[in-house]
Design a protein around this ligand. Structure first.
Ligand SMILES: Cc1ncc(COP(=O)(O)O)c(C=O)c1O
Length: 305
């Protein structure tokens, strides 16, 4: 497969897409990124890139906050990405990583407003399951808390913010769990390290509101739509105390990388019978059909490449 990146305005061999050791973003996390999936459909031998426009809208919001100039419109970014995926010729699921960063080669300097040489790169890598969509994973609640907006805004994908997720994920894995669930400063459920969370209890499906310090996930938004349009009920947005996790009939996580991922236990409390629950399975199946271009009702969410 040709390993190609989009870097500094050109399609170049991946090995040539590099930055210097003085790069501001490398030292301080002054970058904004996206995670986009291209889902391979074997029958029509096409990659369906999912909700490309929404990902770039979120990226550009992050860039505005971080004062990173990206010299492209959302439409141009979508076209560049489609072209890059086509050039890479992968016949499998891919993960697309755009990164907009403070490219100035300058250290001991913290004022974003005067830094120049902003950079923009997109790479594409093959990516199958991120967790394990066939089974239910075991989670813990993290000792790390989700960031408040007045510390680092958690609703944007700012690179430096992800140290919080990385510490939580590592703590969970080292302790023998598959994934961590972070609470916010008030002790309410916020989200996974790279996923939003839904709980199903007493016939109601709920997810925490954005005010509880989570990323407004694009998959979360899809699930809210799918549940309303395909299953005929509404997802309730409400704050969720930690103990409700232990009492849930089903829990699932959502994210571009993780798709719709069942949870079998939290802090060693079994959820339901510890397997993926029937509602989770149903939503996961509807979701997979949509992201692989098999449900034409949602074809406006997919870009063919
Ligand atoms: C912290 C965090 N929460 C939630 C999500 C899910 O967001 P999305 O569905 O847009 O991928 C992600 C992944 O991007 C994430 O990093």
């Amino acid at each position: 497969m040709p390993e190609i990146a989009f870097h500094k305005g050109e399609f170049v061999p991946l090995k040539d897409a590099s930055v210097g050791v003085m790069t501001h973003a490398l030292h301080y996390g002054t970058a904004v990124f996206e995670g986009i999936r291209g889902n391979w459909n074997e029958e029509d031998e096409t990659t369906y890139i999912f909700r490309l426009k929404e990902h770039y809208e979120r990226l550009l919001s992050g860039c505005k906050l971080m004062r990173i100039k990206v010299p492209y419109t959302v439409e141009e970014l979508c076209n560049i990405t489609k072209e890059l995926v086509e050039k890479c010729e992968y016949n499998q699921d891919v993960y697309i990583r755009p990164l907009a960063y403070k490219g100035a080669e300058r250290v001991a300097y913290l004022d974003l407003s005067k830094l120049e040489d902003d950079g923009f790169t997109i790479v594409v890598v093959p990516l199958g399951d991120y967790l394990d969509t066939e089974k239910a994973v075991n989670c813990c609640t993290s000792s790390y808390r989700r960031m408040e907006d007045y510390i680092i805004p958690p609703h944007l994908k700012i690179s430096g913010l992800y140290v919080n997720s990385i510490l939580a994920k590592t703590e969970a894995i080292v302790a023998g769990f598959d994934e961590a669930i972070l609470l916010n400063q008030q002790g309410r459920v916020s989200e996974g390290t790279g996923e939003n969370i839904f709980i199903y209890r007493n016939g109601k499906l709920s997810t925490p509101p954005l005010i509880d310090n989570l990323l407004p996930g694009i998959t979360r938004d899809c699930v809210v739509d799918i549940v309303k349009n395909e299953l005929g009920f509404d997802v309730e947005e409400r704050s969720i105390p930690r103990s409700e996790l232990y009492l849930a009939d089903e829990i699932f996580l959502t994210g571009t990388a993780a798709h719709v991922q069942g949870v079998g236990s939290v802090d060693n409390h079994e959820i339901g019978d510890g397997q993926m629950g029937p509602l989770t399975r149903q939503i996961q199946s509807l979701y997979f059909d949509i992201v692989t271009g098999r449900n034409i009702k949602y074809s406006h969410w997919c870009t063919k490449a």
